[in-house]
Design a protein around this ligand. Structure first.
Ligand code: NAD
Ligand code: UGA
Length: 466
């Protein structure tokens, strides 16, 4: 079966880039990405490619090449479902904020709404692909909804979790480490569906990197991969605190252990904590799943990854307060970076938000500069926490469009995101315009200690005891 029409429900960080790359690599497939969010779809359709809703290196070029040819963005969800042979569900699956499992379980209401809409609209057989990250065994719930509320047509459910990381999404999609496809290959129809999806990816992904498994293994592998990655960050961050007490240097320790081929060198950068929309939510989901099977020791084991991450963020702000003579009240502190990592405008769960909230509670005055994050986003992130009124947030925190302006007159600079441009600033000029003593708290370990100390800064780097 050669697929010629695809619909993707959800035009977010995953749906947009994933479908743009499929459209580019498979010119014979018509891909329509749909969303209930009208302004997001309008942004995907905007003439000015700088206004796409998501910033990812290389993405605008692909959208330019494919949009209007075989890639379409639309709010007409029913039409796109009706016309597609294969439907990807790529909607958000946030942590539940109410009821049973509040603060832990994945909220599957958006997934269920999609399943019900597909069931209502579909008048021909469809292959439904779970692209969103889902708790293990969600496919059976989707199948039940489709089979019980549909028009008598047949549905095959596949799991095809996405492993792209933000900031490198296009490269990750073009050269994935692997593509994972879970399906029910015990039936002929299930096997045909799996092969149909394999057929799409084989247009550019080598066959040996396309892995097929049963549906439950595929769903669980996605949560497992994120849990392992986050665990590495929490492990190295735990060691960073020991380094600070002992005079060891976390960069040297990371290098030394990373050269062991069994450990590997990736994901060993100590930081102010991991952020992003998924690590925390997926681990909490895993913890919830373990608890729901009565596996309390397993649940406790994974929960520690989150506990360590929260500790790392709090410890960073505590260190700023104690270093600035135990009070930051009325002092200006400049944040360089607000995004959860470089090369993205995404701020979901960014450690900057928690660090700012802690310092604002101490009555600090914060100036923020981030090359890609908007003022509106920064205030919305703070308002979401509900720690103080929106007016107080605006009074205490200012967003600057120029980094030198942001640093002027400040008592301390905190590096929250590892944007490359921060390394090349004229640090002498920054120093000259700051209050003295001038402090830098490098939460990403990206600046050169020797150079900064020679200029006159008091420089604190995460994980460095010297
Ligand atoms: P997102 O919030 O950026 O996008 C989801 C979109 O789905 C939103 O635009 C929303 O309006 C839309 N939507 C929700 N319900 C809808 C409905 N019923 N009909 C139509 N549209 C609807 O989310 P995202 O970051 O793209 O993540 C999507 C999924 O992919 C999540 O499960 C996430 O865990 C997973 N994932 C994300 C990443 C990442 O880097 N962000 C990577 C891998 C996997
Ligand atoms: C992560 C995974 O890497 C993807 O494979 C996965 O698809 C995705 O989550 C998801 O499911 O959403 P992402 O969150 O975009 O991708 O970015 P990462 O590069 O994993 O970084 C996550 C956080 O960890 C960032 O805040 C980053 O700064 C931090 N990090 C990462 C460190 O502090 N140290 C490291 O060594 C690596």
């Amino acid at each position: 079966m050669k697929i010629k029409t695809i619909c993707c429900i959800g035009a977010g960080y995953v749906g947009g880039p994933t479908m743009a790359v499929i459209a580019k690599q498979c010119p014979y497939i018509e891909v329509t990405v749909v969303d209930i969010n009208e302004s997001r779809i309008a942004a995907w359709n905007s003439k000015n490619l700088d206004e796409l809703p998501i910033f990812e290196p290389g993405l605008a070029d692909i959208v330019k090449e494919t949009r209007g040819k075989n890639l379409f963005f639309s709010t007409d969800i029913d039409k796109a479902i009706d016309e597609a042979e294969m439907i990807f569900i790529s909607v958000n699956t946030p942590t539940k904020t109410y009821g049973k499992g509040k603060g832990m379980a994945a909220d599957l209401k958006y997934i269920e709404l999609c399943a019900r809409q597909i069931a209502k609209v579909a008048k021909q057989d469809k292959i439904v692909v779970e692209k969103s990250t889902l708790p293990v065994r969600t496919a059976s719930a989707i199948k039940s909804i489709l089979d019980n509320t549909g028009n008598g047509v047949k549905f095959q459910i596949l799991s095809n979790p996405e492993f792209l990381a933000e900031g490198t999404a296009v490269q990750d999609l073009l050269n994935p480490d692997r593509v994972l496809i879970g399906g029910d290959t015990s039936t002929k129809e299930g096997e045909i569906a799996v092969q149909a999806l394999v057929g799409i990816y084989s247009n550019w992904v080598p066959k040996d990197k396309i892995l097929t498994t049963n549906v439950w293994s595929s769903e669980l592998s996605k949560l497992t991969a994120n849990a392992f990655l986050a665990q590495r960050v929490s492990s190295i961050n735990a060691m960073s605190e020991i380094c600070e007490k002992t005079g060891a240097d976390i960069k040297e320790v990371s290098k030394a252990i990373g050269m062991d081929s069994r450990i590997g060198s990736k994901f060993l950068n100590a930081s102010v904590g991991f952020g992003g929309s998924c690590f925390q939510k997926d681990i909490l989901n895993l913890v919830y799943i373990a608890k729901s099977y009565g596996l309390n020791k397993v649940a406790d084991y994974w929960e520690q990854v989150i506990i360590m991450n929260d500790h790392q963020k709090n410890r960073f702000s505590d260190n700023i307060v104690s270093t600035l003579y135990n009070t930051v009240s009325g002092k200006k502190i400049t944040f360089l970076g607000w995004a959860f990592k470089k090369d993205t405008n995404d701020t979901r769960e960014s450690p900057a938000i928690k660090v700012a909230d802690n310092l604002l509670s101490e009555q600090a005055k914060i100036a923020v500069f981030d090359p890609k994050v908007t003022e509106e986003r920064i205030y919305a992130d703070l308002e979401y926490l509900n720690s103080r009124s929106p007016k107080e947030n605006k009074d205490l925190l200012k967003v600057c469009l120029d980094p030198y302006e942001a640093c002027k007159e400040s008592h301390a600079i905190a590096i929250l995101t590892e944007w490359d441009e921060f390394k090349n600033y004229n640090w002498k000029q920054v120093y000259d315009n700051m209050q003295k003593p001038a402090f830098i708290f490098d939460g990403r370990g990206i600046l050169d200690k020797k150079t900064l100390e020679e200029i006159g800064f008091t420089y604190y780097k995460i994980g460095s005891g010297n």
